[in-house]
Write a protein that binds this ligand. Structure first.
Ligand code: NDP
Length: 244
């Protein structure tokens, strides 16, 4: 089957690098008008060079007010991917207050902020929409040194369900995907060490980490009308890790 996003305006956060960047490029290739929101100007500049159809907005999602203004200024929004996140690893006993503030600001609070603006736009058009939150296997499995990150993603899963409940009547579907490790910059922070990597892959029935495109494929499906009855799910993309 064919998926197209022609005529759709799609906001992707954290589109400067990694999964978000690949998503932005794919959604644009499938005909969507992508609005790429991210923090580092030079990453967005190279994205724009790669695909000048993509509109870029530089914003620090940790800042509620400036992000709100930037997203409100983006015009109509039909589809949204909340992809941006930060990770800081530390032993539970060493977690700092600043780690908690930064991670919850970027990984959870900004999702509420951007989604409020997007959902209001979707409601105003009367056409509904679809929102996909990029969560993680870390929302459901305890990962060593990931206490705060795990907590933000668990909160994101539950936020996804409540958004699905409240926005469903407006024909806005809200779902999450929960990937295992993907070797982006973020993935490398936690899993570059071969011993650590092996300890994880040995628990994944398919015996490997996920590829960026495997996450992109699932998000494209959940954004599209092909998933028109799917609402409120947290979809593992983990080779079976959470099932075992
Ligand atoms: P990357 O670190 O490769 O990319 C993250 C992107 O988000 C970057 O473009 C970064 O901007 C942007 N970003 C981070 N903080 C902010 C901020 N405050 N304001 C605006 N933009 C920001 O991460 P991934 O691509 O690996 O991760 C994407 C999503 O996938 C995240 O939600 C992550 O939690 C999730 N995930 C990742 C996994 C992995 O192993 N990689 C596994 C499971 C889930 P900048 O260009 O400045 O760096």
């Amino acid at each position: 089957f064919r998926i197209e996003f022609i005529g759709k305006r799609i906001v992707v956060t954290g589109a400067g690098q990694g999964i978000g960047r690949a998503l932005a490029l794919r959604l644009s290739k499938f005909g969507g008008k992508v609005i790429a929101v991210s923090r580092t100007q030079k990453h967005l500049d190279t994205l724009f060079q790669e695909d000048p159809k993509i509109e870029i907005i530089t914003a620090d999602l940790a800042d509620w007010e400036s992000t709100r203004a930037a997203i409100e200024g983006a015009g109509r929004i039909d589809l949204l991917v909340n992809n941006a996140a930060a990770a800081r690893l530390d032993r539970f006993l060493d977690v700092k207050p600043d780690d908690v503030d930064v991670l919850f600001n970027v990984n959870l609070k900004s999702v509420i902020n951007v989604s409020q603006v997007a959902a209001k736009s979707m409601i105003a058009t009367g056409n509904g929409g679809s929102i996909v939150n990029i969560s993680s296997q870390a929302s459901q499995a305890a990962l060593k040194d990931h206490a705060v990150y795990c907590a933000t993603k668990a909160a994101l899963d539950q936020l996804t369900r409540v958004m699905a409940l409240e926005l469903g009547p407006h024909n806005i579907r809200v779902n999450a995907v929960n990937p295992t490790v993907v070797m982006t910059d973020m993935g490398r922070v936690g899993w570059n060490d071969p011993e650590k990597a092996a300890s994880m892959t040995s628990k994944i029935p398919l015996g490997r980490f996920a590829e960026v495109d495997e996450v992109v494929d699932a998000v494209v499906y959940l954004l599209s009308n092909r998933s028109s009855m799917i609402n409120g799910v947290t979809l593992p993309i983990d080779g079976g890790f959470l099932a075992t």
